[in-house]
Design a protein around this ligand. Sequence first.
Ligand SMILES: Cc1cc2nc3c(=O)[nH]c(=O)nc-3n(C[C@H](O)[C@H](O)[C@H](O)COP(=O)(O)OP(=O)(O)OC[C@H]3O[C@@H](n4cnc5c(N)ncnc54)[C@H](O)[C@@H]3O)c2cc1C
Length: 402
Amino acid sequence: MNKQFEIVIVGAGVTGLTVAALLAQSRHNDRLRLTVVDAAARPCHRIEDDIALRVSAIATGCANLLDSIGAWSKISQTRACGYDRMRVWDEAETADGAATLRFDAAEFAAPQLGFIVENVLVQHAILDVLDATDVELLFQSPITALQQTGRCYQVTLHSGRLVDADLVIGADGAHSFVRQRVGIDTRDFPYGQTAFVTHLRPEESHRNTAWQRFLQDGPLGMLPLNDGRISVVWSTLDALADRAMSASDEELGEMLSEASDHVLGSLQVAGPRGAFPLCARHANPYVLPGIALIGDAAHSVHPLAGQGANLGLQDAATLANVLNDALGNREYPGDRPVLRRYERARKGDNATMLHFMTGLNRLFTTDSTLVRELRATGMRLFNYSGPIRDHAVKVALGGSIR
Ligand SMILES: Cc1cc2nc3c(=O)[nH]c(=O)nc-3n(C[C@H](O)[C@H](O)[C@H](O)COP(=O)(O)OP(=O)(O)OC[C@H]3O[C@@H](n4cnc5c(N)ncnc54)[C@H](O)[C@@H]3O)c2cc1C
C-alpha cells in the first residue's frame, strides 16, 4: 500500500523508540512511513556485560506501556530489579524516624512500585520490537539541517540523504538539535548541581527499597540493582561531584557511606563513575506545524524522583494516540491544531512535575532553621495526609498513561 505520510523521529532514546513502536503498531500504520535517525551507534545490551552505569527507575505504569508494545518481557526476563518500598528522609532525621516518608507497594495493592532498569536494555528491547516492523532505523546518522518546504520539513542526514517529512518528532534529548533549529525557546532553571553516578556494593541488603536522603547540598538516591549492588545518584555541588570523580575508591566509599548515614552499612565502590550537570529546562511551545518535541527535548527535570524517562514515555503514548485519532478523522498529522492536542494534554503535567522537583530540591537545600523545622513537620503530616499522599503515589507509579 502506498504510504501517505512520512514521519521522521530524531533520536533513538527511550522516548523516540517508544513513539516509533506505538505508531508502527497503530491502527493506521499502513499509511505511515516511519524513519528513526540517531547520531550514536545502535545501542546493544549483552547479558555478559556488567550492569550499565545509566539506569532508570521505571514506574509500573510505564512498564505496562512497554509491555503493550511487546518490549517488557525481554526487559524483565533479562535484568530488571523490582522495588516495592521507598524511603525518603531528611539529613537532620534518621531513616527509621517519624518524619521519614514511607511508600510500600503492598499498601497500594501493587506488586511493586517500579523497576530499576538499564537505559540501554530498554532501548535494546524496543529495537528488537522495531526490527520486526518496516520502520527504517538509521544509526550513526545525525541530522545536520532542517528546512521548511511548504507544509513539509526537509531533513538532511549526515550522509547527505534528504527526507521530506510531514512531521518531524524531536526526541533528541536535552540539547535538541530539532528544537534549536526551528527556533523553539526554553526556560532554563540551572540547579548549580551535578548528578554523580556510580554503582556500590552495600554491606547490608538493599531490601528492594529505593532510598533517598535529602542533604543540604542536594539529594542522594540509592536504587537497588538485581545483583545486590545499588546505583547511586548523588546530586550535589559541582565541586563535590568533581571530588567524587577523582577520589580513590576507598575515599569515595567513605564519602558515600557518610552521605547515606550508613543506612546500608558501609558502601564499597563497584562500578564506573559518571557526572551529569543538572538544569531544569522547559520548551515553549512543544509544537509547530510539522514539528513535535517529546521527552527531554521538551523538558528536563531534576532526577531526584526519577521521573524524566517516565514523563518522556507518557509524551510518547499521548502523541501516538493523538496522531492515531487524527488519522482516523482524515486530518493531516503535521497540522498545528492536531499537534496542539498533544501539547495541551502533556505540558501542564510536565510543568507541574518540573516545578515540583525544582521546589523540592530548593526546600531541602535551604539552611534556614525555620524552613527545616517546617519541612520535618510537613513530612510527618504527609505520612497521614490520605488523598494527597495517594495522589503523589499514583503520579509516581506513572498512573496517568492513557
Ligand atoms: C543522573 C540521572 C539519573 C536519572 N534517573 C532517572 C530515573 O531514575 N528515572 C527516570 O524516569 N528518568 C531518569 N533520568 C532522566 C532520563 O535519563 C531522561 O529523561 C531520559 O533518558 C530522556 O530520554 P530521551 O529519549 O528523551 O532523550 P535521550 O535519552 O537524551 O536520547 C536522545 C537521543 O537523541 C540522539 N540525538 C541527539 N542529537 C541528535 C541529532 N542531531 N541527530 C540525530 N540524533 C540525535 C542522541 O544520540 C540520543 O540517542 C535521569 C537522568 C539523569 C541525568
